[in-house]
Ligand binder design. Structure first.
Ligand code: SIN
Length: 475
């Protein structure tokens, strides 16, 4: 870990033992360090400590909580290079993308530091003259989060920053593949003045063990999860036992649509960022491309030229655009989707080279049909299936023909079509002539089985606050 200058970021690290988890670099397969495992008793103890810490944190004025968050934000900026290197080492994304993620993650802390001061209630005109009615907003209490490996920093700050801003505490279980960034982030939070018992990172021996505790412990009043729809369903079922609040940011199957009136160069540029960010491992990645028959060949040809220019390799090397995928199971799954699509008649636009380790060559598949498995499943890798369509009606039907409803994208220069399609797409987010929609200022979240709740934006803090109605009689 000589690449990390601020050794304080690694002070949580432990040596190899039964109580630690080895973290491997997906680019090389080498072990880069060991993170501590929290036993069941330690997790239960942490929940009790978290309860006490939350009570005194909630008593602090919003301005004081905001100041601590501002300081945390600043420390992320000060440590951007170290955090980015740590992220690339454990997650694999190219260093430039990792630096971008540190800034993206930091933006949620800054945003919610500001929102902390704006958790207003309201006065309500009473139905009778002797009453005065109003609402106040209060923190939910002790909360928990389960975060994914694809954005090891931003998915933590998008949950922890609004929780802390609202006056809640949070226990976080990061993904076993990428726990180092989570622990490093917590070190910076403590340095900024976040009490140690207010923000606690826990890693269980088994992910399911922590999930069970988070969903069934009565002290935890809210769970926020980012991950697969399958696990999200399970966590929601488990949380039903004590009617725990949940927010779920789950799987996606984003359609990326190119109409015949689109600016093709700009559609190709959008397709590249939407599809290949993080090697295709994002919930909002374009998963399937629908291109109008009149522009199909032109789009595929330009898209193919851009994809051939992508450089695959170790994210620490200059100029690399596509790092490794996260693990062997992910690689196997992507490869089997591609093999099956080819068996079913899809054609790669260039021959597919077998790459060693966890690397995959980016692939465009043409002549894909809407009913192929690769269209209905979340690929989570650098593969772009392209389907041809003729009418808007047929297109909308195919685009909405999924259990998912997270992100969608389309390119058109016809203002009437833009409104019609934007309203017809059954998705929580629609990128119109744009392939990158994520920002701290806009509400991120899905409909259908892509989830419940919104993260970021002014709505993000609502997930961590209860509304209390006060009725003053006898006036
Ligand atoms: C995700 O893949 O879950 C998050 C992507 C983003 O915030 O842009």
């Amino acid at each position: 870990m000589h690449l990390i200058n601020n050794k304080k970021l690694l002070s949580f690290m432990v040596s190899e033992s039964d109580n630690s988890i080895a973290v491997n670099n997906p680019a090389t397969g080498e072990c880069i360090g060991y993170a501590p495992i929290t036993s069941k008793d330690e997790i239960l103890d942490a929940i009790e400590r978290s309860k006490l810490a939350q009570q005194s944190w909630a008593e602090q004025p919003a301005k004081a909580r905001s100041a601590v968050l501002q300081q945390w934000y600043q420390l992320l900026l000060d440590n951007q290079d170290d955090l980015a290197r740590l992220m690339t080492l454990e997650q694999g994304k190219p260093l430039a993308e990792a630096k971008g993620e540190v800034m993206y993650g930091a933006s949620f802390i800054q945003w919610f530091a500001e929102e902390a001061k704006r958790t207003y209630g309201e006065t309500i005109p009473a139905p009778s003259g002797d009453k005065r009615l109003l609402t106040i907003r209060q923190p939910v209490g002790v909360t928990a989060a389960i975060t994914p490996w694809n954005f090891p920093i931003a998915m933590i700050t998008r949950k922890a920053a609004p929780a802390l801003a609202a006056g809640c505490s949070m226990l976080i279980k990061p993904a076993e593949d990428t726990p180092l960034s989570a622990f490093a982030m917590a070190e910076l939070a403590y340095e900024a003045g976040v009490p140690k018992d207010l923000l606690i990172i826990v890693l269980g021996k088994q992910a399911a063990e922590v999930g069970d505790i988070f969903t069934t412990h009565p002290t935890i009043r809210k769970l926020s999860f980012t991950g697969s729809t399958r696990v999200g369903r399970l966590l929601m079922q488990q949380s039903a036992g004590d009617v725990k609040r949940t927010s779920m940011e789950l799987g996606g199957n984003a359609p990326f649509i190119v109409f015949d009136d689109a600016d093709i160069d700009s559609a190709v540029a959008g397709a590249m960022v939407s599809k290949f960010r993080n090697a295709g491992q994002t919930c909002v990645c374009a998963n399937r491309f629908y291109v109008h028959s009149k522009v199909y060949d032109a789009f595929v040809s330009k898209f193919d030229t851009a994809v051939r220019a992508l450089k695959v390799g170790n994210g620490m090397q200059e100029g690399v655009n596509i790092g490794p995928v996260i693990n062997q199971a992910a690689k196997n799954n992507i490869q089997s989707l591609v093999d099956k699509a080819i068996e079913q008649g899809a054609e790669p636009t260039s021959s597919i080279e077998e790459l060693a380790g966890l690397y995959l060559q980016p692939v465009i598949l043409k002549n894909v049909k809407h009913n192929m498995d690769i269209v209905s499943q979340e690929i989570f890798g650098p593969v772009a299936p392209v389907i041809c369509f003729d009418t808007d009606e047929e297109l909308i039907e195919m685009a909405n023909d999924t259990i998912y409803g997270l992100a969608s994208y389309f390119y058109s220069q016809n203002v009437h079509r833009v409104w019609k399609v934007a309203e017809a797409l059954q998705y929580g987010m629609v990128g119109i002539n744009d392939g990158i929609i994520s920002t701290e200022v806009a509400p991120f979240g899905g409909v259908k089985q892509s989830g419940i709740g919104r993260e970021g934006a002014k709505q993000g803090i609502d997930e961590y606050m209860d509304i209390k109605y006060l009725c003053f009689g006898g006036n």
